[in-house]
Design a protein around this ligand. Structure first.
Ligand SMILES: CC(C)(COP(=O)(O)OP(=O)(O)OC[C@H]1O[C@@H](n2cnc3c(N)ncnc32)[C@H](O)[C@@H]1OP(=O)(O)O)[C@@H](O)C(=O)NCCC(=O)NCCS
Length: 181
């Protein structure tokens, strides 16, 4: 497998996490509005210890992949793919978040669009899926713009920050990518 070391976007880049990202990671991740739409693996409050633990984890991944979203030289968000196991080894989960300073500039859409073909190829996936809370309209928009298809609603599947929420499953498949080329 040969993931690119760095993927250049317009005004941002995807690149590996580094030890020296910890302060910027805390600055952008320690935000209730970011944590609001993410699972419990993304802590709130987000401490320096959490940042060091995540970076150490991200730097030693094998099958899984995690890139920092670098803006103006600073890690300002993250995007990653987590492959399934056993019969789901050719299916993976996509996750992403961005510091609130940069919301609404099209960066997440561009980052997802750039990462998808690499993830499908490098992890030999037939399918890449994302799970989105019902009230996360921005993320739903990102996925729709990147060609993900709404497949399912898991009713009342999530409890987060006092909200009982439906969970939406969006996915893109390898044949979609092949057909587009
Ligand atoms: C979801 C998230 C990554 C989007 O990042 P972003 O860089 O602002 O996204 P983009 O600018 O590429 O696109 C956002 C789209 O949603 C739209 N949008 C934003 N807020 C919206 C809202 N409240 N209702 C409807 N649409 C909304 C934007 O207009 C844009 O669509 P458009 O380009 O068609 O106008 C960011 O909000 C975030 O980090 N949220 C917290 C973590 C999270 O939700 N991660 C995803 C979990 S599935």
């Amino acid at each position: 497998m040969s993931w690119p070391e760095r993927i250049e976007g317009d005004g941002f880049a995807l690149r590996p996490w580094r030890d020296e990202d910890a302060d910027n990671l805390v600055f952008h991740a320690n935000d209730a509005q970011v944590a609001h739409s993410l699972g419990e693996r993304f802590p709130h409050p987000y401490t320096l210890d959490d940042a060091h633990a995540f970076i150490a984890h991200a730097m030693h991944l094998t099958a899984e992949k995690a890139y920092a979203i670098e803006i103006n030289g600073a890690a300002s968000g993250g995007i990653g793919v987590h492959p399934g196991e056993g019969v789901e080894r050719h299916n993976a989960e996509l996750g992403y978040w961005l510091g609130r300073t940069y919301w609404g500039e099209g960066i997440a859409t561009a980052a997802v669009r750039m990462l998808v073909p690499h993830a499908l190829r490098e992890l030999k996936l037939y399918r890449l899926q994302a799970r989105v809370f019902d009230d996360n309209d921005a993320s739903i928009r990102v996925l729709e713009r990147c060609g993900f298809v709404h497949e399912a609603v898991l009713r009342r599947a999530v409890v987060k920050h006092g909200r009982l929420l439906d969970l939406h499953i969006y996915a893109i498949t390898r044949d979609t990518l092949d057909a587009a080329q």
